[in-house]
Design a protein around this ligand. Structure first.
Ligand code: XUL
Length: 508
């Protein structure tokens, strides 16, 4: 059996799978806000009056790991049968350790908690997480030095506020004395993997590519960019390896939770690369659409010849690369306009269904958009918004949200199937619109824990219990398949052209 741990923004979760029988446990969770109120982080980060600053206390993550494993053990899950562990971390966040960290890890005693024993090993008390956007100046410095296109060509992403390189740069600039005390910078993923293994663990290409520091062409840290970000950064980064390595063995400390000492610990990865595996989206020709707070589109890419203009390239844990494009105007924007018309969810769908598909398009930007980057949101439409019926407006909105996804998908090859996930995938109408706009069958996953499941599948794979294809067949099951309506293919091809015309002159 294999344990997958998902260390997310608001909670940490664990599941156990058995690849022989296809059994998958219920997920067990520790919610940072509810279960660890002493950290004053109701949403998983420390409240800050400056909304660009988003940091978390890494001791909270250590307490949460102890609590999660205790809960799984107490729930009677088959901990003793676990033969390998992997994990998933919220991407981009950085943890700063001093030179005591390796020794403290090697000496972990089961009588004390992780937090009690590791609290002296941090050179920075707070870890900036992916929601932090305070590094605009550092991103600009990177672009000035290497060119926006240069950073993108080398690292797979434009210099991006939440990414680790600009974050480390800001810390080294603002707190040089603490930077001097820093011996190792970890990602959330490699930090927790190190704790499990009782030694410093590498970063995988999946999560490493979300740092603006990994050169995707050499698969090594980009020495020039690293040195420009912070003096001595290269010596402070763990090595970067393929996601299919298990360079660690479980530390004796964790025997108190019924786990066997010495079982393989796979290098962890980011939540998106893990979700690619856990939705079954890693197989060639598939893409994943996640309709959540923000909407995301991700999938494998065959090579690095066609980098998406506004998206990111991460390592695909199953080999090669994946792209991820993030659209900030997702569910919150849908919900805003539904509320504006005073519609229930049912009325919202009925209104949309009463109108013809593909007729009108608009730029669906209510809040600043990530893809394409738009700081001052606007609603530009190719119809008269004032005189449109609610159904016409709402249909234009949801169709345009999917059209922008298709437009920015980067890899223009049509995926053979789309794996749909996220809260709004519960809507049959949205499922059908995704299928029709992409003219691709949409598969709705049965599991709601894609990242933890992906991590457990990666542990199984690295321990020789199945290739990703057979593990996907076993665990990424789907009861619901939505076929596209071929009669709408030409309608949405035309709509896509209309949408592209609206974009001209609206963004850089
Ligand atoms: C991706 C991103 C988020 C985090 C947290 O670039 O910032 O999806 O990984 O989930």
């Amino acid at each position: 059996m294999f344990l997958g741990i998902d260390a997310g923004t608001q909670s940490i979760k664990g599941i156990i799978i058995d690849p022989t029988t296809g059994w998958c446990s219920e997920s067990v969770a520790v919610h940072f806000g509810r279960d660890l109120p002493q950290y004053g982080s109701p949403d998983g980060f420390l409240p800050n009056p400056d909304s660009r600053i988003r940091r978390a206390n890494p001791l909270m993550w250590l307490d949460a790991l102890d609590l999660l494993l205790a809960r799984m053990h107490n729930a009677g899950l088959p901990m003793a049968q676990v033969a390998g562990i992997s994990g998933s971390g919220q991407q981009h966040g950085t943890v700063y350790l001093n030179d005591q960290f390796p020794d403290a890890l090697a000496k972990l005693q089961p009588e004390k908690s992780l937090g009690e024993q590791l609290c002296h090993a941090f050179s920075r008390a707070e870890a900036p997480i992916w929601m932090d956007a305070s590094t605009t100046a550092q991103c600009e410095q990177l672009r000035t030095k290497f060119g926006a296109e240069g950073v993108r060509q080398r690292t797979g992403s434009d210099a991006t506020e939440r990414f680790s390189g600009p974050q480390i740069m800001k810390f080294a600039q603002d707190e040089p004395a603490q930077w001097a005390e820093t011996a190792t910078v970890h990602l959330v993923s490699s930090f927790l993997a190190s704790v499990l293994a009782g030694k410093i663990m590498p970063i995988d290409y999946g999560d490493g590519a979300g740092m603006n520091l990994l050169n995707l062409h050499t698969l090594a840290w980009d020495e020039e960019i690293a040195e420009f970000c912070a003096p001595g950064l290269l010596q402070r980064l763990p090595s970067c390896v393929l996601s299919t390595k298990a360079p660690g063995c479980l530390a004796p400390y964790f025997a108190k939770y019924g786990l066997r000492t010495g079982i393989p610990v796979n290098v962890w990865s980011g939540d998106n690369p893990n979700s690619l595996i856990g939705t079954g989206g890693a197989l060639p020709g598939r893409a994943v659409v996640s309709l959540g707070t923000s909407d995301t589109y991700f999938g494998t890419i065959p090579d690095l010849t066609a980098l998406p203009r506004h998206g990111h390239v991460f390592g695909n844990p199953a080999g090669g690369f994946m792209t991820l494009v993030c659209f900030a105007n997702g569910s919150l924007t849908r919900e805003h306009f539904r509320a504006q018309y005073g519609f229930s969810r049912e009325e919202f769908e009925t209104a949309i269904q009463s109108c013809a598909p593909g007729k009108y398009q608009l730029l669906p930007w209510l809040v600043p958009e990530a893809t394409p980057p738009v700081a001052n949101p606007q609603l530009r439409a190719n119809f008269d918004i004032e005189n449109a019926t609610p159904g016409e407006f709402l249909r234009a909105l949801v169709e345009s949200q999917i059209l922008t996804m298709r437009h920015h998908a980067g890899n223009r090859r049509k995926p053979a199937q789309i794996r749909l996930t996220g809260g709004a995938s519960a809507s049959p109408l949205l499922r059908q619109i995704v299928a029709d706009v992409f003219q691709t069958p949409v598969f709705l996953g049965d599991s709601t824990e894609a990242a933890a499941l992906g991590a457990a599948m990666r542990a199984a794979n690295v321990c020789g219990s199945g290739d990703f294809e057979s593990l996907s067949e076993r665990f990424c099951t789907t009861q619901t398949v939505v076929e596209p309506n071929p009669a709408l293919a030409a309608v949405y091809d035309q709509a896509l052209e209309n949408f592209a015309k609206l974009l001209v002159g609206c963004c850089n």
